[in-house]
Design a protein around this ligand. Structure first.
Ligand code: FAD
Length: 390
């Protein structure tokens, strides 16, 4: 059986490994000329690393990943801590797999290396998928330039602006969520004493929040700063941003943020988009996964992790009874409720992290602070449905 996968991102490459492991021939078509550095840091929670371990990718991450001892939440302007969870210990003891922070390029490099272990799996760059034609049992995938490739299955893992999704469900635009994200990576040594703690830290503030993590084995600080705004006036959905504009957003916070913005070689600004849950993710032997199926705000750090889960579940269903079209339908049924719940929880977290005014902050963060002091197990248990085995 042969699968074509549109998109060599985290979802597409994970799916390629999962399918190759069950004996499929796989061809990944990536539009870019190379797998690029863009995207910066990702947190991959135990529900993702458990799968990466099963498919033989975790050993390839040992030199580049970082395992924080804790994740915490602080007030951005003062640095005052609201809660602190012992994530490293909890991840392995409670959820059975590590919680890691990693550069997207390092994760992609490891996935690409693992794909190359399978003689029947190939990655083709400079290959843009434009659409498909299908029958009940096969699909003809069309590429820019007019070539077509025949396969038993097409997976649309081509991100939020998915061409496969458009071919399946018709044209529409992802929704701008009213948030833009700043992203920067900076050498931890260059920040000296102003480096943020080596944790996963959410910094909350009125109408904005930031997340600091460590990547490249802890040597680099990754900064994501999310700010509410009325409109997105960039030409693309990701553009290079100016330090002055980032300082306007975060300059009044702890000096850590001024240092990060001043020291980073480049800043990127991203429009954060999502999409209402789709009525279906499959059309005969064609299935969507990752951001193509369920783009979400990054406030649960689950977009890439859910793409990893998708690839694993789709392969499990393909290994079962019946034709690929039936397996694609079962895959959607297995995944839709969880993906929709995580999309909704991510949006709710955006509101929680952006509380305006002292009274609203106290009402929201006071109980969390108290729970952290009196019942730390409760805060961990709130994550069981997502990080645990379900
Ligand atoms: C600020 C920010 C922080 C985030 N932090 C986290 C985090 O900590 N943890 C987490 O799990 N997630 C996080 N995410 C989400 C995560 O980055 C995405 O959900 C994830 O990368 C989606 O993976 P994907 O493979 O579905 O799509 P993508 O990563 O978008 O990959 C799609 C690939 O398809 C290619 N492509 C597109 N169109 C075509 C075509 N027509 N033909 C061929 N190839 C095509 C693209 O070039 C790309 O390589 C974050 C997102 C943002 C914006």
């Amino acid at each position: 059986m042969k699968a074509v996968i549109a998109g060599g991102g985290i979802g597409g490459m994970t799916a390629a490994i999962c399918l190759a492991r069950i004996g499929w021939q796989v061809e990944v078509l990536e539009q870019a000329p190379e797998i690029s550095e863009i995207g910066a840091g990702l947190q991959i929670s135990p529900n993702g690393t458990r799968i990466l371990a099963e498919i033989g990718v975790m050993p390839l991450l040992q030199d580049t990943m970082f395992q924080p001892e804790t994740i915490e939440m602080r007030i951005g302007a003062t640095g005052r801590q609201i809660f602190r969870l012992p994530i490293r210990k909890a991840a392995t003891e409670r959820w059975g797999a590590p919680y890691i922070q990693i550069h997207r390029a390092d994760l992609l490099a490891a996935l690409t290396r693992r794909v190359s272990d399978f003689p029947d799996a190939a990655l083709r760059v400079n290959s843009k998928v434009t659409g498909y034609r299908r029958s009940d049992r096969s699909v003809s995938v069309t590429l820019a330039g007019g070539a077509a490739i025949k396969a038993d299955l097409l997976i649309g893992a081509d991100g939020i602006h998915s061409a496969v999704r458009t071919a399946m469900l018709g044209p529409d635009r992802p929704r701008f969520t009213g948030n833009v994200a700043w992203r920067a990576v900076v050498d931890a040594d260059a920040l000296g004493d102003l480096a943020p703690p080596p944790t996963g830290c959410i910094w909350a503030g009125p109408g904005k929040h930031a997340v600091t993590t460590r990547i490249r084995a802890g040597r680099m600080v990754n900064f994501v700063g999310i700010v509410e705004t009325d409109r997105w006036d960039g030409e693309g959905w990701s553009i290079e941003g100016s330090k002055e504009a980032a300082l306007t957003d975060f300059g009044g916070w702890s000096p850590t943020f001024t240092a990060i913005i001043e020291q980073t070689p480049r800043l990127f600004r991203w429009a954060l988009c999502d999409r209402a849950p789709l009525p279906r993710w499959s059309d005969g032997p064609v299935a969507l996964l990752g951001d193509a199926a369920h783009p979400m705000l990054p406030m649960m750090a689950q977009g890439a992790v859910q793409a990893i889960e998708d690839g694993c579940v789709l392969a499990r269903e393909l290994a079962g009874e019946g034709a690929p079209a039936l397996a694609c339908q079962r895959y959607f049924n297995a995944r839709i409720d969880r993906a929709t719940r995580i999309q909704a929880t991510s949006a709710a977290n955006a509101r929680l992290f952006h509380r305006r005014g002292a009274a609203a902050q106290l009402a929201s963060y006071g109980p969390i602070w108290l729970a952290d002091k009196l019942m730390p197990g409760l805060l961990l248990a709130r994550n069981d449905w997502i990080y645990g085995r379900g």
